[in-house]
Design a protein around this ligand. Structure first.
Ligand SMILES: Nc1nc2c(ncn2[C@@H]2O[C@H](COP(=O)(O)OP(=O)(O)OP(=O)(O)O)[C@@H](O)[C@H]2O)c(=O)[nH]1
Ligand SMILES: [Mg+2]
Length: 343
């Protein structure tokens, strides 16, 4: 994939048109562009997303998270193939915040989802490299949009659960599915309460062979644990992705959830809130980048970093001094006119 780095031939309009036609190479390129941290690529990515905007927002977005090895990729492949059988076109985006840039997850995901990778009706995109501007989630959110514009109608986002990653991914999908291993335990397998509360659906994986009874027991334990957490209305199901059992029930549970009274409005509100949060994530990241690259900031930051280290000034005062010095003069609006608008 590395050699695919946007050696863009043609214009953004060409690329957008090719994406809209469902051209897979164009889609892969568009995602690479969206994930790029280069400033000129970012500008092109923004232009591309603006071009694609009218076709965005039409898919069902599912987040699938869980501990390493719990069975996420196997589950996604089984669900993806099931969805293809139902006439859907699934796209898979894998987010692995823990893998190094050249990590093994890329190969792992591709081989693990081999049948899905081979199928023309699906699209599988392995993990982006780390260190993306503004974190992985904002860029993944945009990759979801590009997949939608290319005609994929169910987007599955896989992420390894490491705490923050679940929160990030839950923040860009409609339904967040937490996969857990078929092990019981009072400690809820060390899964943080907050993460379980994020889940719209909990699935105990590997409910087959020697694990089957344990999986059913774990599902019952989680059902009562969720009831205690007053997270009622969240279902706990079991599945064996290897044997293809439980997949249809999980899809039905998702459909039931979507069909609940008021869910249309709730999902629309969720997406509006997600857009707002993404805006602020972009602003936070951009402010940092611009400050660091600002010529006037360099000297001031160097001095303040030194002073903070020496204990000569508090971190809060130093931070405000930087922002005051650099943002205020340019950002001060001229006086508002009588109608409350800037002249
Ligand atoms: N018995 C059984 N094994 C399974 C099932 N699903 C996955 N596995 C096995 O569990 C292991 C991990 O599966 P993956 O699907 O790669 O798990 P993952 O959560 O995607 O792993 P990472 O992406 O590395 O975090 C593999 O050896 C799978 O064959 C299942 O339904 N039943
Ligand atoms: Mg995986």
């Amino acid at each position: 994939m590395a050699n695919e780095f946007p050696a863009l031939s043609g214009t953004i309009e060409d690329l957008a048109a090719a994406v809209e036609k469902g051209d897979r190479r164009a889609l892969a390129r568009a995602i690479t562009l969206v994930e790029s941290t280069r400033a000129d690529h970012r500008a092109e990515a923004d232009a591309l997303l603006a071009r694609l905007q009218s076709r965005v927002g039409t898919s069902l977005r599912l987040g699938i998270s869980g501990a390493p090895g719990v069975g996420k990729s196997t589950f996604i492949e089984a669900l993806g193939l099931f969805l293809i059988g139902r006439g859907h076109r699934p796209a898979v985006l894998a987010v692995d915040p823990s893998s190094p840039v050249s990590g093994g997850s890329i190969l792992g995901d591709k081989t693990r989802m081999a049948a899905l990778v081979r199928d023309d009706r699906a699209f599988v995109r392995p993990s982006p490299s780390r260190g993306a501007l503004g974190g992985i989630a904002p860029r993944t959110r945009e990759s979801v949009m590009v997949c939608e514009a290319a005609g994929f109608d169910v987007i599955l986002v896989e992420t390894v659960g490491v705490g923050q990653s679940e929160t990030d991914v839950a923040g860009i999908v409609d339904h967040f599915i937490l996969l857990i291993a078929p092990l019981g335990g009072d400690e809820l397998q060390g899964i943080k309460r907050g993460i379980v509360e994020l889940a719209d659906l909990v699935v105990v994986t590997k409910a087959d062979g020697a694990w089957e009874a344990a999986a059913r027991r774990a599902a019952m334990e989680y059902t009562s644990a969720l009831t205690l957490l007053e997270a009622r209305g969240r279902e706990v199901l079991t599945c064996s992705a290897l044997e293809g059992r439980g997949i249809e029930e999980i899809w039905q549970a998702i459909e039931r959830r979507r069909g609940r009274p008021g869910m249309g409005d709730a999902l629309a509100a969720r997406r509006r809130e997600q857009a707002r949060a993404a805006l602020w994530a972009e602003i936070d990241a951009d402010v940092r980048t611009r400050l660091r690259g600002h010529p006037r900031a360099a000297a001031l930051l160097a001095k303040l970093e030194h002073d903070v280290g020496a204990g000569a000034v508090t971190t809060g005062a130093a931070a405000r001094a930087v922002l005051d010095a650099l943002l205020t003069p340019e950002a001060t609006p001229r006086r508002l006119t009588g109608r409350g608008k800037l002249p």
